[in-house]
Design a protein around this ligand. Structure first.
Ligand SMILES: [Zn+2]
Ligand SMILES: [Zn+2]
Length: 347
């Protein structure tokens, strides 16, 4: 098969022929029809993820068709249309037993712990736990956007953020996951404030349901702007970018007893990020992490997509062949995703 391969961190990836993957006994091989490009792929390429072993094939936001099935798999057969959360769970650890597969103790992640989906085929383990059926009427492009950013945003806003109708939700950083969060929060009946440095990103945020926008290029204190626009602060606020500045602004933009949800990854040389803890105590704020979404919790998300309440396909701004993936990957480091690029390995 053809795949995007890098031999060293930060070195330009090559598109070349590699051996086809074989399914594990409990796994499947999926023919990749579409796979989203994400800032996490860029972090992996840069060497920020300790799980990545070289040489490596990135890619974790995939949808496609089951090609081959391991002997122990009972729920899936060749020809099934599927997607998968980027956290693939073991199914047997205490977290999995509690239904929290998104924080599985023995998780695998395509494109991080093993070769991913910037390839014509990808192997996925524990298929009966991890695969999600893609409805016939949903395109692979749309489905590819669910596995990481959209499901991540759904868990952050709905499951972890517990955002409800009438509440204010602030979204700091309107790349792929941020715009997904805007759309999901608006569809949940919340009022949304979007914050970004890019006027184009804010235009998209408005289109996807944000009622207020803060242009961070021309606003010295974005947290104060959010507090002013929301009559005292957001009930729920997401750092969807992942920087010390957006993290602090998200916390500082909350009202009393507000919930900060950290979604954007925060790599730092020391491994820690300063968080303003004084307001966390004084205002009884909650600081909550969000990490993917368990496969068994996808049905409410799929229902909202099926009904048209959520339109993840609107986030997809371009579709490119495998040969264009290295350049698009490199571009993720400069502009963290204005809309979503989908790679189609067979086009
Ligand atoms: Zn991703
Ligand atoms: Zn587990």
């Amino acid at each position: 098969m053809r795949a995007v391969v890098f031999e060293r961190f930060g070195e330009w990836p090559e598109v070349r022929e590699v051996a086809d993957p074989r399914p594990a006994e409990d796994g499947v091989v999926v023919r990749v029809e579409a796979t989203g490009l994400c800032r996490s792929d860029w972090h992996g390429w840069m060497g920020h993820d300790p799980d990545v072993a070289l040489p490596h094939v990135p890619g974790h936001e995939l949808a496609g068709v089951v090609e081959e099935v391991g002997a122990l798999v009972t729920g899936w057969r060749a020809g099934d249309r599927v997607t998968v959360p980027f956290v693939c769970a073991c199914g047997t650890c205490p977290s999995c037993a509690a239904g929290d597969q998104q924080v599985c103790e023995r998780q695998t992640q395509p494109g991080f712990t093993h070769w991913g989906s910037f390839a014509q085929y990808v192997a996925l383990e524990r298929a009966d736990i991890n695969l999600v059926a893609v409805p016939d009427e949903m395109s692979f492009r749309t489905a590819a956007s669910l596995g990481c950013r959209f499901a991540t945003a759904f868990r952050a806003v709905v499951q972890q953020g517990r955002a409800t109708a009438g509440e204010w939700v602030a979204v700091h950083g309107c790349g792929g996951v941020g715009l997904s969060a805007v759309m999901i929060a608006a569809a949940s009946g919340a009022r949304v404030v979007a914050v970004d440095v890019s006027p184009q990103a804010l235009d998209l945020a408005r289109k996807f349901g944000a009622t207020e926008c803060v242009d961070a290029r021309h606003t010295e204190d974005t947290a104060a702007a959010v507090r002013a626009l929301t009559g005292g602060g957001a009930h729920v606020s997401l750092d969807a970018l992942g920087s010390p500045q957006t993290c602090a602004a998200s916390v500082n933009g909350l009202r009393r007893r507000g919930r900060h949800i950290q979604v954007g990854l925060l790599p730092s040389p020391t491994g820690t990020t300063p968080v303003p803890m004084a307001p966390v105590i004084a205002l009884e704020l909650e600081i909550i992490g969000s990490h993917g979404m368990a496969a068994h919790t996808y049905p409410p998300l799929l229902d909202m997509v099926r009904s048209g309440a959520l339109r993840p396909e609107l986030l997809v701004t371009s579709a490119i062949p495998l040969d264009a993936a290295p350049e698009a990957l490199a571009a993720m480091g400069k502009a963290p995703g204005r809309g979503v690029t989908v790679v189609e390995p067979w086009s």
